[in-house]
Design a protein around this ligand. Structure first.
Ligand code: ZN
Length: 500
């Protein structure tokens, strides 16, 4: 009996593990037995046709094929690995047992390699497990120019793979790519006036704080939200690859190299829970929250969002990831993002204050109904309802200038919290804030007053403290002072807001 082995990658979410495909060739009447799941059985006939159409011989003997774990869960495909294992067993190609090569790809009946979804996570998994080389469908090469540390080659069809294994022909690798860092899609300098809102956005960026924006239609809520990615620090190599891996798992990485610009995702308010968190029938695809990983999730018209979706968002907001159960297993995707929610100031959504037909009571009811469920999730509230003054036409700072201050503040915060397991002020655990970094009683007095009079909850008090640390970092201070606490209390004030 001879055994052929070839390795492929099973991908779940954005993590993959390398799996062995075995083909055992024995004496007896010609037959094929598949041990394992339906997907492997399905590929048997496809691979058999692909082998025949590549001018190769399917072994005329008793054949047993099995993979070391079930191939369900999707990924780059296991057909090529099955073909290689079978042909290695029959001696048609060199044995792959110790080759250090991983094979990714499905096969068409005519022998062409196919499949581009989740190839990047598969390649990263092979690299992580110290495999020397990986064969992928040729079209996927365009997505892999950023990956270093593993030899990547692309094959158009099975014939090319076999020629390469027999050392008869080379296979092309990806063109080296660079991380892109485009200028901000929306620059802060394009926002006329609104110094308070711009300052609040800078604070949100510096501390990673979630933000709420209220304002009439056309008051610039979307414009303000669109400015956030451009004032956040650029993504690191690892973060940019994380974002690209999620796009690859969704099947739409396309031909672009990864970007250092943090993503901005703006789902419609009618988006379902499944679309928000992720899911799917055959493969579990990442949801909206994971597409916003390392970036910004902007929920406009948030009062229209169903309470189910709103409650579902609490899991990624708390844990930075989502778990999607399917067929007895769980797929996990990272989902750590900065949240911006926006809503109108009143139920009639009139563009001009003068056209509003809402009673003061109706407005109050609307604002508190909007604010109540979000209060314990959001740090900063911005009111854009006062009109921009005609005199206030000064051109403000560009996003690049503000980004510089944000980066400096984030660096200070990261240095302080590193040993406590977090990098941004918004993530600091309450006990670290209250005990190890406790501020002087005189500084804390306004917060305690707010808690005593019921204007602030205990959790709200922690949020004010985190904000105060961000304000302190932005002015390059050592510890928050009275002014930082006052400003933090002001930023935290939720509607109905004072008209500034
Ligand atoms: Zn109204």
């Amino acid at each position: 009996m001879t055994i052929g082995v070839a390795r492929f990658v099973v991908v779940a979410g954005v993590s993959g593990h390398v799996v062995e495909m075995h083909a055992d060739l024995g004496h007896g009447l010609p037959s094929v037995t598949v041990i394992g799941d339906e997907l492997l059985a399905e590929s048997r006939d496809r691979v058999r046709a692909a082998i025949a159409n590549s001018g190769e011989q399917w072994p005329d003997a008793r054949l047993v094929v099995a993979s070391s774990v079930p191939v369900t869960g999707g990924g780059g495909g296991h057909d090529v690995a099955l073909a290689v294992a079978v042909l290695a067993a029959s001696g048609a190609i060199p044995a792959q047992t110790d080759s250090g090569t991983v094979f990714i790809g499905g096969l068409c009946l005519d022998g062409r390699l196919q499949g581009e979804r989740a190839i990047l996570p598969a390649v990263l998994a092979a690299r992580e497990n110290h495999y020397r080389s990986i064969v992928v469908p040729e079209p996927a090469l365009a997505q892999l120019g950023l990956v270093e540390g593993i030899d990547i080659v692309g094959a158009a069809d099975l014939r090319a793979v076999l020629g390469w294994l027999r050392q008869q022909q080379p296979l092309p690798g990806p063109d080296r790519a660079e991380f892109e860092y485009p200028p901000p899609a929306t620059d802060l300098a394009n926002l006329v006036g609104r110094p308070y809102a711009k300052w609040a956005l800078e604070v949100a960026a510096a501390g990673g704080h979630h933000l709420a924006i209220v304002g009439r239609p056309g008051s610039g809520k979307t414009l303000l939200a669109q400015c956030l990615p451009g004032i956040l620090p650029p993504l690191t190599d690892t973060q940019a690859l994380d974002v690209a891996a999620i796009a690859s798992a969704a099947g739409d990485l396309g031909r672009h190299s990864a970007s250092r610009m943090p993503p901005l995702v703006t789902p419609h308010h009618s988006t379902s829970t499944a679309a928000m968190l992720g899911g799917g029938s055959r493969a579990v695809l990442p949801g909206v929250v994971s597409r916003a990983h390392h970036g910004v999730l902007f929920l406009d018209e948030v009062t229209e969002l169903s309470s189910r979706v709103r409650e579902a968002l609490r899991v990624p907001l708390d844990e930075g990831r989502v778990r999607i159960g399917r067929l007895g297993s769980t797929v996990s995707y990272p989902a750590r993002f900065q949240l911006i929610v926006a809503a109108s100031v009143c139920p009639c959504s009139a563009v001009h204050e003068g056209d509003c037909v809402c009673s003061p009571q109706a407005r109050l009811r609307y604002l508190s109904r909007f604010a109540e469920p979000w209060t314990d999730l959001l740090d900063i509230w911005v009111d854009l309802s006062p009109k921009v003054s005609q005199l206030d036409t000064a051109v403000g700072e560009t996003s690049v200038v503000v980004r510089g201050r944000v980066a400096a503040a984030r660096a200070a915060a990261a240095q302080r919290w590193q040993e406590h397991g977090c990098l941004i002020n918004a993530d600091v655990p309450a006990d670290v804030l209250r005990q190890q970094f406790r501020l002087a009683p005189s500084i804390l007095a306004p917060i305690q007053t707010a808690v005593r009079t019921g204007r602030l909850s205990a959790r709200g008090a922690d949020r004010v403290l985190r904000l105060a640390w961000t304000l302190c970092d932005l002015r390059a201070g050592a510890t928050p002072n009275e002014q930082d606490i006052d400003d933090a209390l002001m930023l935290r004030q939720r509607p109905p807001l004072s008209h500034r």
